[in-house]
Design a protein around this ligand. Structure first.
Ligand SMILES: [Zn+2]
Length: 831
């Protein structure tokens, strides 16, 4: 007994002895001073793991893994009193927000969350993260220990490890024994695609709400389990710019509260105090606005937090660079600035802990009792389970409660499509969202038909209303209705009764249906599709509907493979017992065609817009599971084009495009898909019918008005469309329009537009008419220019086909309906 007690005592002594040991600073641990070298991600991870061992005041959590297998980490740092009750603090916070129920306790810390290095080639902040962590766990640092009394700090040291390492490996591999500060030196010119983006070339600071990337899904999942009161997103900007911190620039979204504005000033002024003391340059209230909901500042704001972006000048600066003013900017300085605002922000949070917590509570009380916006219920009609389930999944990932159906079965509301208020029926599988809920603000921002845009410049797109993005019919209802089923579920397809069918039919209306096609093709099942609508088994099937016939699939496991694949993907199938249909063309008719499986090539490399290219890559690889070959544009000359059926040219700058070789490949039966800028290159080229539509307005008239220099930014926006929604007229009898109604909501990102094709030329599939503007900012001149223009066109060239898409239907992968349009171009057009 005594022996046992002695062992326990010894264990206690040795544990406290190891904690009593001095914790190594990043410099001691890494062997160099922070800022002297770029630290590879695995070494940052090692330091965080080391501190997790050495300090009793932290908890390290791996909450996810990147596409390339690197860990995503969050370090929780708290006082002796709080570190052992993190779960209690977390649950309490969710109770305050009304997300969980139960009694609320008073004696809890304010939560400050610091997110570093979301853009991989803005790397100074991850270095600063190690320094900040060290200061917080250093027991001799009386200042930080005092803050931790009422503050819980969460550090995410690197939001984009794959991008960071892409940059750091590049830089470390080209820097000499002494860094070269000359701007034109190779080490300041990052090769394509650069480290800003993640593995699939997505900008993770545009993905918070859409959560298309696995890093975001993991991170926002964790964020929503905690809901911090303060959140900072660390960046770098061009190296000639001074430091930027809150308060942000106008426009602010209307739902941002007076307190959230006030707190930005409070925090900014404290940051300024330290910058003033050190004589460091900075600016506030400029350039970085708070509108688009998918940023690391706005997303937290719409979730009740004080969300902010901090920007150090430093992109491409390496370890040292000479700036425009002739000074040498070093990584050491950049790290020091980010470290300073990290500590200063924690200090402000600590000094205002009670107020921050009170206002956080008020935000959520208000959300539940008095949600913003005129509509208190949103009803989204289910015309395709896959589409409604995709929207349900997005809402769920954002913690927005929804259900299905309405007990009353009918309601009166604003119709998103025709803009009229009318009575409508609510089906059992229609998605219903009641606005009286904790996430009311985020819900309003994402679902309101038109975002209120104050009259000022913005940094990003100005329209994103989800029913348009998903191509779903929706109603905004002023009364508060609860859904008949209040749950987080998805709609399940009806079970198949007949599993020995003449043919199975699947809808072609959503990216989920394309995924099903892809899965069948992978399993070597032959698929057909109908060019014309038909009726059978009591249902109507639109052009594009997939027919999987027993004929041609002569294998014993046919029914099993088809029905099992459908079950795995939650796909609704209709079995046909006969090829004789009730209305329209029979299954064996000429209108039902065999779908040839295309071999697809996507152009990559220098000149190609990496994000636009990444959207296609991610769609095929991560969403559809369909093989795609990436070919460098520069290598096309020595590529055997005959190996491919489809070549995709995303937005980009292409020299000598199209080459004679490419044109002959199209003439021999190839299909060329050109998107955004790539379309412009084809204009007026021999054989290509596309022509740019120019602004017809007399230029002289423009010159007559006297311009004021100080208004130049404002003047420029009259000619711009930074991202607005337009309703295109769509020829949905053309394969490019299959599965869509006779309209298509397009996110217009520029004022590029083309002349309509003449009668005998190509197909005007997507055109823009007067009154087609729906939502978002579009300059008056730009609106005029695009009127009566062509945005989606198809032409034959020899035996091949050219598809023109003036806008990017896959923009940031959140324009769900665009995925079907794009899939039509690849799988349906020119079959
Ligand atoms: Zn950035």
């Amino acid at each position: 007994m005594i022996k046992k007690l002695l062992l326990v005592l010894l264990a206690v002594v040795s544990v406290s002895a190891s904690f009593a040991q001095k914790i190594q600073s990043p410099e001691e641990f890494l062997g160099y001073k922070l800022g002297e070298h770029f630290t590879p991600h695995y070494r940052i991870v090692e330091y965080f793991k080391y501190v997790a061992q050495a300090s009793k005041n932290v908890k390290l959590q791996q909450f996810g893994t990147t596409n390339e297998g690197r860990p995503l980490l969050a370090m929780f740092i708290a006082s002796d009193e709080n570190i052992g009750r993190l779960e209690e603090i977390r649950h309490n916070n969710l109770r305050v927000a009304g997300i969980e129920s139960g009694a609320v306790i008073a004696n809890v810390p304010v939560i400050t969350w610091l997110s570093y290095n979301v853009h991989g080639n803005e790397p100074a902040s991850s270095e600063a993260a190690m320094w900040t962590l060290y200061d917080l766990v250093d027991p001799s640092n009386t200042q930080t220990q005092a803050w931790l009394k009422n503050t819980l700090v969460v550090i995410d040291p690197c939001l984009n490890p794959d991008g960071r390492d892409r940059y750091v490996h590049f830089y470390n591999s080209v820097v000499g024994a002494t860094p070269d500060a000359t701007q034109t030196a190779r080490e300041h010119a990052e090769p394509w695609p650069g480290g800003r983006v993640n593995h699939y070339y997505f900008d993770l600071n545009r993905d918070w709400a859409w959560q298309q990337q696995k890093e975001t899904q993991a991170r926002v999942g964790l964020f929503n389990q905690w809901l911090p009161q303060v959140h900072v997103d660390y960046h770098e900007q061009g190296y000639n710019a001074p430091y930027y911190f809150a308060p942000a620039a106008e426009p602010y979204h209307k739902d941002i509260t007076p307190w959230q504005r006030e707190a930005q000033i409070l925090i900014g002024k404290n940051n300024a105090k330290y910058f003033d003391q050190n004589g460091w340059m900075y600016f506030t209230k400029y350039e970085f606005d708070l509108l688009y909901p998918s940023y690391g500042d706005t997303y937290p704001l719409y979730n009740g937090s004080i969300g902010m972006t901090y920007e150090q000048g430093g992109i491409s600066a390496g370890l040292a660079v000479v700036t425009r003013s002739g000074d040498t900017l070093t990584l050491v300085q950049r790290v020091a600035h980010h470290h300073s605002t990290s500590l200063s922000t924690i200090e402000t949070a600590s000094a205002n802990a009670q107020k921050l917590k009170d206002e956080f509570k008020k935000f959520y009380d208000n959300s539940r009792a008095n949600p913003p916006g005129e509509y208190k219920t949103y009803v989204i009609k289910n015309d395709n389970n896959n589409k409604i389930n995709a929207l349900a999944t997005l809402l769920k990932r954002n913690g927005i409660q929804y259900g299905f159906g309405l007990s009353g079965k009918s309601a009166t509301g604003y119709n998103y499509i025709n803009g009229k208020t009318e009575q409508f029926n609510v089906g059992a599988n229609d998605l219903v969202v009641n606005a009286y809920q904790p996430k009311a603000v985020l819900l309003h921002v994402l679902l309101e038909p038109k975002t209120f845009i104050p009259d000022s410049n913005t940094y990003d797109i100005t329209a994103w209303s989800l029913p348009y993005a998903f191509g779903l019919k929706a109603y905004g209802v002023k009364e508060s209705f609860k859904p008949a089923t209040a749950e987080w579920g998805i709609v399940a397809p009806k079970a198949l009764i007949n599993t020995h069918a003449y043919a199975y039919v699947s809808a072609w209306q959503s990216v989920g249906d394309v995924k099903f096609l892809s899965a069948l093709l992978k399993k070597k099942i032959k698929v057909r599709y109908t060019e014309k609508s038909f009726e059978s088994a009591g249902k109507q099937f639109a052009p594009g509907s997939l027919l999987i016939t027993r004929a041609g699939n002569d294998r014993a496991d046919f029914d099993q493979v088809v029905t099992q694949t459908a079950a795995e993907l939650n796909q609704e199938l209709t079995p046909l017992s006969s090829g004789f249909v009730d209305k329209g063309s029979d299954v064996g008719s000429n209108d039902v065609r065999y779908l040839r499986q295309p071999k697809v090539m996507l152009v990559a490399g220098d000149g190609v817009n990496s994000e636009a290219m990444g959207e296609v890559w991610h769609l095929f690889e991560a969403q559809l599971g369909y093989p795609i070959s990436l070919i460098r544009y520069q290598d096309l000359g020595r590529t055997r084009l005959a190996d491919y059926d489809v070549a995709i040219f995303p937005d980009g700058r292409y020299d000598d495009f199209p080459s004679d070789k490419l044109v002959s490949w199209v003439r021999d039966g190839g299909k060329l898909i050109a998107v955004e800028n790539a379309v412009g290159y084809l204009a007026d080229k021999k054989g290509f019918l596309i022509k740019k539509k120019e602004d017809k307005k007399d230029d002289k008239e423009r010159d007559k008005t006297v311009k004021v220099y100080g208004d130049r930014d404002r003047d420029a926006i009259r000619e711009q469309i930074p991202g607005a929604i337009f309703k295109l007229n769509l020829d949905n009898t053309h394969p490019l329009g299959f599965g869509l109604p006779d309209y298509y909501y397009s996110l217009k990102l520029n004022d590029d537009v083309y002349e309509l094709f003449g009668d005998n030329d190509g197909w005007n599939v997507g055109t823009i008419k007067k009154d087609s503007y729906v939502s978002g900012f579009a300059g008056a001149k730009a609106k005029q220019k695009i009127n009566n223009g062509l945005l989606l066109g198809v032409q034959s060239l020899g035996r091949g086909t050219v598809v023109y898409m003036a806008d990017d239907p896959l923009f940031r992968s959140f324009w769900e309906n665009g995925k079907l349009l794009f899939s039509n171009a690849v799988f349906m057009v020119g079959q």
